[in-house]
Design a protein. Structure first.
Length: 325
């Protein structure tokens, strides 16, 4: 069983056995990833229903097999709007593309629980022509120019198309896996091999639909990695550079967790890996030690290969400063 968006910001799913007997507010939070406070607002607004009947109280108990429907994004949300208050760095721009260095904590586009203050809202304030791309047949109106994403807790380089030709060129490179995307990650434990490849399909977790996992029925996914440094104090950890061959949701995080070395700070995929006590308070909740450090593309105009690099931001550099081999 997996949940699915059914249009208009709706999320619909059949209640799985593990959530049978669970309160509706807790179930919706688990399935959508929304905080409980946001779910409470959805219930109060009459935007949660079970088997077609609006839920009147957040404490209602669900039964396995019932159809749960959530209006995650209200109709009043008209999509992205220019917001000059959104802070981000532009490391390169020309008439075809924009390369952004996204700070951790910034969501790329509107979605569940994020109706403003996103990178897209900030981009529209600086580059209003992005709002015309969807009408020209290049992408979606709620994600103008966006050809790939970074998670909220991940920092680093991201490219945005500035005209229809660039959008189709960049989208094609990502689809054909010819774009070079490289990440620096600090992972738990000592990675034994100096280099390796994780080649394992990724799909929705059959047990936890809001998470991705290595699963037989998933889409092909391949991540190569090389070890940059190993540390034994104040806890065992390895700094690696990961290179994406494919671009699945949470790919680096899922693949590294699958080989027993989850990204430091990644509570979602850490599983039973103990969180080092020495890390407490070093990174805020939700911040991953994951940084998109290098991006290589064939320029949509002349086809020349271009590469941009971004150093580790200060918060991640500070973590490394306290480590010794």
């Amino acid at each position: 069983m997996t949940g699915a968006a059914v249009g208009g910001g709706m999320f619909e799913t059949v209640v799985p056995a593990p959530l049978g007997g669970e309160r509706v507010d807790r179930a919706v939070a688990l399935l959508t990833g929304l905080p409980r406070s946001a779910v409470t607002e959805l219930v109060s607004a009459g935007r949660v229903s079970v088997d077609g009947v609006v839920v009147g109280t957040r404490s209602r108990t669900l039964l396995e097999g019932q159809t749960l429907r959530v209006d995650v994004v209200p109709a009043a949300d008209e999509g992205p709007r220019p917001d000059a208050g959104v802070e981000f760095s532009v490391v390169y721009e020309d008439p075809f593309l924009i390369v952004v260095d996204k700070p951790a904590g910034l969501v790329v586009h509107h979605g569940a629980g994020h109706r403003g203050g996103t990178l897209v809202d900030g981009l529209l304030a600086r580059f209003p022509e992005l709002g015309e791309l969807a009408a020209a047949g290049a992408g979606e109106a709620d994600r103008p120019g966006v050809v790939h994403r970074l998670d909220k807790g991940t920092s680093g380089l991201l490219v945005v198309a500035r005209n229809p030709a660039a959008f189709h060129s960049l989208s094609g490179q990502l689809r054909r896996h010819t774009a070079g995307r490289h990440y620096r990650a600090l992972v738990a434990g000592l990675v034994e091999a100096d280099a390796g490849v994780v080649d394992a399909p990724i799909g929705r977790s059959p047990r936890q639909p809001t998470r991705m996992s290595v699963t037989r029925g998933g889409r092909p996914a391949r991540t190569a990695y090389t070890v940059v440094g190993r540390y034994r104090e104040p806890y065992q950890a390895t700094l690696i550079e990961a290179t994406l061959d494919t671009g699945r949701t949470h790919q680096v995080r899922v693949h590294l967790a699958a080989i027993g070395h989850p990204v430091i700070g990644d509570e979602r995929y850490a599983g039973t890996t103990p969180k080092p006590s020495a890390l407490k308070g070093v990174l805020p909740s939700g911040r991953l030690f994951l940084h998109a450090c290098r991006l290589s593309l064939d320029h949509p105009d002349d086809g020349d290969r271009r590469t941009w690099e971004s150093p580790l931001p200060q918060d991640l550099s500070d973590v490394l400063a306290g480590h010794t081999a």
